[in-house]
Design a protein around this ligand. Structure first.
Ligand SMILES: [Zn+2]
Length: 172
């Protein structure tokens, strides 16, 4: 463990943030639920969360953990202060999530709107044009998908609490 001293020029305060390496004797905030703490399991290179109960194997050389009891084998790397989620290719996942979000929100609704604009109804009906309503429904449906994607990625506390409640209600 070593300390990094930093100086914040806007507040004029010196702050000391503790940087530590990933090891099996420390406890860490769980990267999955961000509510519980990870504690090492005896005899194996793995951690368990005391809140969401997930088990994560540790690769101490690469400073990484990977969730093993989940459908998606997500990997996080320990930066010394916090976790960073990695994609399958070992790259940070956050930019990919936001690119997917932008595409999901713009492409499908855009294609539907364009089709409605290029092929207007032969006999216009009163009220809102059907193509506009259809584009709005398409946008709303993909917006829900995006909400789920962001909730999965950022593990918002309310989302995690709901997931844990659902898991606890499920008969084992
Ligand atoms: Zn957890």
């Amino acid at each position: 463990m070593y300390k990094v001293a930093s100086y914040d020029s806007s507040s004029g305060l010196h702050s000391e943030t503790v940087e530590r390496s990933l090891n099996l004797t420390d406890t860490y905030r769980c990267p999955l639920c961000r509510q519980g703490d990870l504690q090492a399991l005896t005899l194996i290179d793995a951690f368990a969360c005391n809140f969401c109960r997930h088990i994560l194997t540790a690769d101490l050389d690469r400073q990484e953990v990977q969730v093993v009891d989940s459908s998606q084998p997500i990997t996080w790397t320990w930066t010394g202060q916090r976790w960073q989620s990695l994609s399958h290719w070992g790259r940070p996942l956050t930019p990919l999530v936001w690119i997917t979000t932008a595409l999901l929100l713009s492409l499908p609704a855009g294609v539907v709107s364009l089709a409605g604009y290029l092929f207007p109804p032969l006999a216009p009906a009163p009220g809102l044009p059907f193509s506009l309503i259809w584009a709005a429904i398409t946008f709303a449906a993909h917006f829900l998908l995006v909400l789920w994607l962001l909730a999965e990625h950022y593990q918002f506390p309310i989302y995690v609490t709901m997931q844990v409640r659902l898991l606890q209600q499920r008969p084992s």
